[in-house]
Write a protein of this length. Structure first.
Lengths: 501, 505
């Protein structure tokens, strides 16, 4: 039988619709692939094989009965462990939630089930999404399929690696400061952070509520578009959810692939590039700009001076909100409990044992920043910077339809390299964080390999809030030209993973 | 420490107080989820991922809560803020599901109001309202065994049914100048809030069930010398007595705190700014945690919720739904009905005002409406252990019975039987009259026959009447009433007796 694991989600959906393969076969192929390669990659924290196969069988039966099915029905998917899944363990990468089986579905989970997509399992992540390498997972790191000694990015390294290693055609990610885009960049995959409010956060275990956004992870721009349309749309259970139609992502992809980019102004952000960016990252970025121009786009320089303060503001706002969001992990109602003589000591001991160092570091930072007497200087100032960054974006989008930059300053570094240097680790997200602070959508797609190390480089596209479709149009156009220049998908150049017997 | 009496304490010191009242709103569902807002359900049955704070869950504001809060704010004369963000108040406690409470901090929806409080003698005190803000209630801890407190119990149980019940917290400005009437004003203030929320039907206002809870702040300062301005004397350190949950307890707690603080001040000792607990059994307050070591709640704007932004036109339309101030309404009704102070107080205490008003509106006179509701019906309710409005009779039915009395179709005794029939579910008053055959005997010839028969049976009485002892006629009236099974107008019977006896009435 044909192996469909290397096919795109769109191709898999077509094969299912044509009756070339059943969802049970397709799902089983991915489960087999997970069994074969996930030992060394460690993209998954939990594989829900029975649940996936049951859902697949139901889709097959429905298809056989002639039922009209959603576009991605029967295509399996991996879900970042940040999103609650009824009946499937959910930990957010933390020991404090080890063994917790949620009694309810998040809205996106429910939409995946309604779209009849079998859930393969839950993917690894930095604990509570705090990190850029998955090394802060409570369950051990994920390894980059391009080089198992390197980080797959974070916090959504598991979702990106699962897609890059052909363990799943699609995955759900969450992006608070780059946790979808940065892993996509370093694994040669595509990831999209939608406009804040474009996808419901209900059921996504909160890191920083004003920054968090769920989004699609896949191997192609078209696949992220298809998944975005499944995930998106208004949800009355999330008060911050936008009450507007889902952006026309797949239509924008078609427009991007088929048409030119005449009249599209692409703004190159002065502050997101240059010094501090690896040579190979810069050269691949310039190459992509050439391709965009060749398609008819006009490139312009834009300046966003306040971005200088973005990282500092982010590392005040995020820990502040996180310190409050993570208070509920107190042993009383769910998760780990380290029993002591009274409730206060039980809470203390549980949190001491259940949380990892990075989580504790950020809880302490946030608690401090919100304390009486410090609030204005820290949280208050950070919010002002946030306003300035939004103004910078507004000015930049006055000159350009989309903004672009390298997604990350470097290609993936080695596991362990930055563990003891939080600042160096935080710098990974310098180009992705501004979008979260402003609530605008962003995409990362593969721009090629850096000549000096042969590792993937990501190209970031940003659009104004609500204009997610622009990402898909420009991204699909660029992707088409890049793939043509490579003679096939970038991932085809990745080394074959050793397959376990 | 010296022991002053309450009266002597108030001769030396001037009390300043403030009250925080928590009003539990009676919306059908909780403030941030769809769970039932219901008192008395089995533990942890009105819960969902949101109100027990499961990972991933998110709050959504119940619009009805905003409506009730805005209406209450308007009734308190408050300004309504165009946009108010919720805030998180962070602290760890087992009954606080998310370990933060969603409240309003620097942007309360209602602010700057004032409320007139009418004391028993009619004196009016205006209380300044600083703010009325919206927040969620916490669950309820029960500590079992050991000390019975959270630290020494064998184990503790948590019921999250109350978690997420909507609250409005009303905070007064410092209330000055009440002197020896301080306790009375405090009580009347809380009673007025209770009356308002009940009249608006936004809360049960039941202090015994905790749907209205009060915290009392109180401080003393030296009395200003004659001719000097008392308000120029700075406030003393205040105590905050928590959970004073009955009107009587408010007075008692204020008495206790005044005597306690005056004793300390007299002895040259400091009053600590602290939280104190009220003990209903002993009538005392005891020290809780002091404000110096108070927690830092790390308030910040709630990022999961949009600001509360009541539309100006909507607020104006709600203004039209605000009922008359309860005290002013009482004064107006008392004048209209010509009730004495005592009658009015009885009516208020019996919870009969609205019932009397409705009975009058249905055609009864104020006196007859009062007579029914505070007489026969009050006794019935009392015997049944229910409130007046819990009786199975409507004001219009009471008015209908009274109308029949006024028309001479029923006497008092028969009317009571009709009421009894209505209460027993036998239908409308006219149906009860027909079914029980209660209509009065108004046919004079029948009455004359009965009178003649009775007089013939008691000739000695007839003699007495004819010799001028008119009151002896009572015995004949009784006999006639008995013979007609009560269905006669006693006045008319008496007239006939006197006629038959040849005596001028």
């Amino acid at each position: 039988m044909t192996d469909y694991t290397r096919a795109t989600a769109t191709e898999q959906a077509a094969a299912l619709a044509a009756g070339d393969v059943t969802s049970v076969e397709l799902t089983q192929q991915h489960l087999d692939r997970i069994a074969a390669v996930d030992g060394p990659v460690h993209a998954f924290l939990h594989v829900s094989d029975e649940i996936a196969l049951t859902a697949a069988a139901a889709v097959d039966a429905a298809r056989a009965a002639g039922e009209e099915l959603p576009a991605l029905a029967g295509v399996p998917i991996a879900v970042k462990d940040v999103l609650v899944t009824e009946g499937i363990p959910t930990t957010a990468g933390s020991r404090i939630l080890e063994g917790w089986v949620p009694p309810y579905d998040g809205t996106v989970t429910a939409r995946l089930r309604a779209a009849r997509m079998p859930i393969l399992g839950k993917t690894n992540m930095d604990e509570f999404a705090m990190g850029s390498s998955t090394e802060f997972s409570g369950y051990g790191p994920t390894h980059n399929p391009w080089d198992l000694d390197r980080i797959p990015g974070g916090s959504g390294g598991g979702s990106a690696a699962a897609v890059a290693a052909y363990e799943a055609p699609l995955a759900i990610g969450s992006d608070t400061g780059g946790s979808i885009r940065q892993p996509a960049a370093v694994t040669g995959t595509v990831g999209v952070k939608p406009t804040y409010g474009g996808v419901s956060r209900y059921g996504a275990i909160a890191l920083a509520s004003s920054l968090d956004q769920l989004g699609p992870v896949a191997r192609t721009v078209a696949d992220t578009a298809a998944l975005h349309e499944v995930m998106g749309g208004h949800d009355p259970k999330d008060a911050t959810s936008l009450d507007e139609p889902v952006p026309a992502c797949t239509a924008a992809v078609a427009q991007g692939v088929d048409g030119d980019l005449k009249g599209v102004k692409v703004g190159v952000v002065e502050q997101l590039g240059g010094e501090g960016y690896q040579d190979g990252v810069r050269s691949r970025f310039e190459e992509s700009l050439d391709l965009l121009r060749a398609r008819g786009a006009e490139t312009v320089e834009v300046s966003c001076p306040s971005f200088e303060y973005a990282l500092a503001a982010y590392y005040l706002i995020l820990p502040s909100e996180a310190s409050s969001n993570l208070a509920k992990f107190d042993s009383v109602r769910f998760g780990m409990r380290v029993e002591k003589d009274n409730v206060e000591n039980t809470m203390r001991a549980t949190r001491a044992e259940g949380f990892g160092d990075e989580v504790k570091r950020r809880i302490i930072l946030g608690t401090y920043a919100l304390s009486a007497g410090y609030y204005d200087a820290y949280y208050g100032s950070a919010q002002k910077v946030r306003t300035l960054i939004q103004r910078d974006f507004a000015a930049a989008f006055g000159k350009a339809d989309v903004l672009v930059s390298p997604t990350t300053p470097t290609t993936p570094f080695k596991l362990g390299e930055r563990l003891d240097d939080p600042l160096a680790m935080y710098l990974n997200d310098v180009a992705t964080i501004p979008a979260n602070l402003a609530g605008i959508p962003g995409m990362s797609l593969p721009a090629g390999l850096a000549p000096e190390d042969g590792l993937p480089v990501g190209f970031q596209i940003l659009a104004p809030a609500h204009e997610d479709a622009r990402l898909y149009r420009v991204g699909a156009a660029l992707e088409a030209d890049l793939v043509a220049s490579w003679g096939g998908p970038l991932l085809a150049q990745a080394p074959e993973l050793e397959v376990a017997k | 420490m010296s022991t002053l009496t309450y009266e002597s304490a108030l001769e030396k010191y001037d009390p300043v107080f403030g009250i925080e009242v928590h009003v539990e709103l009676n919306t059908a569902t909780k403030i941030f989820c769809g769970c039932a807002n219901q008192f008395g359900s089995a533990p942890n049955t009105n819960v969902c991922p949101v109100c027990i704070g499961l990972p991933g869950s998110m709050p959504v504001t119940n619009e009805k809560v905003v409506e009730s809060a805005v209406r209450l704010g308007l009734a308190l004369g408050c300004s309504i803020r165009e946009s108010s963000r919720f805030a998180r108040k962070n602290y760890f406690y087992p009954d606080l599901a998310k370990d933060y409470q969603i409240s309003q901090y620097d942007e309360p929806t209602c602010y700057d109001g004032e409320l007139e409080v009418v004391l028993d003698d009619g004196e009016v005190v205006t209380v300044g309202i600083e703010r009325a803000h919206i927040e969620e209630d916490a669950g309820k801890n029960t500590h079992v065994g050991g000390s019975g407190g959270i630290q020494g119990a064998d184990y503790s149980l948590v019921d999250y049914n109350r978690a997420g019940v909507p609250l409005v917290e009303i905070v007064t400005r410092p209330i000055e100048g009440t002197a020896e009437r301080v306790a009375e004003v405090a009580r009347a203030y809380v009673a007025t809030i209770r009356d308002i929320v009940k009249a608006m039907d936004i809360s049960d206002g039941r202090m015994e069930q905790g749907s209205l809870r009060a915290d009392v702040n109180l401080s003393l300062r030296p009395k200003a010398a004659d001719g000097e301005d008392q308000s120029a004397v700075p406030f003393g350190k205040r105590s905050e007595t928590k959970n004073v949950n009955s009107l009587r307890a408010i007075e008692r707690a204020i008495h206790f705190e005044i005597v306690r603080q005056a004793g300390l001040l007299d002895a040259g000792q400091p009053v600590h700014q602290e939280t104190r607990h009220w003990h209903e059994d002993t009538g005392e307050t005891t020290s809780g945690r002091s404000k110096e070591e108070a927690e830092d709640y790390r308030y910040f704007p709630e990022p999961d919720l949009l600001p509360v932004e009541p539309d100006a036109a909507w607020v104006e339309s709600l203004r039209g739904t605000i009922p008359e101030h309860p005290a002013k309404r009482r004064a107006r009704l008392q004048e209209e009905w010509a009730f004495s102070d005592l009658e009015m107080r009885d009516a208020v205490n019996a919870g009969a005002l609205d019932l009397i008003a409705a009975t009058i509106a249905a055609g009864a006179t104020p006196a007859s409406a009062r007579k029914w509701w505070l007489g026969e019906l009050a006794r019935t309710a009392n015997d049944a252990g229910t409130s007046l409005d819990g009786l199975a009779i409507a004001p219009a039915q009471v008015a209908a019975v009274q109308a029949m009395v006024d028309e001479g179709k029923l006497n008092d005794k028969l009317a009571r039987q009709v009421i009894e029939g209505v209460l027993a579910g036998e239908g409308e008053p006219s149906e009860v009259v027909a079914a029980r055959g209660l209509e009065i005997v108004s046919d004079d010839s029948a009455l004359e026959a009965a009178v003649d028969e009775a007089l013939a049976a008691q000739p000695d009485v007839l003699e007495k009447i004819q010799s001028g002892k008119v009151q002896a006629a009572g015995a004949i009236v009784g006999a006639v009433m008995k013979a007609t099974r009560g269905q006669a107008d006693a006045g008319r019977v008496r007239e006939i007796i006197l006629q038959r006896a040849g005596v001028n009435p």
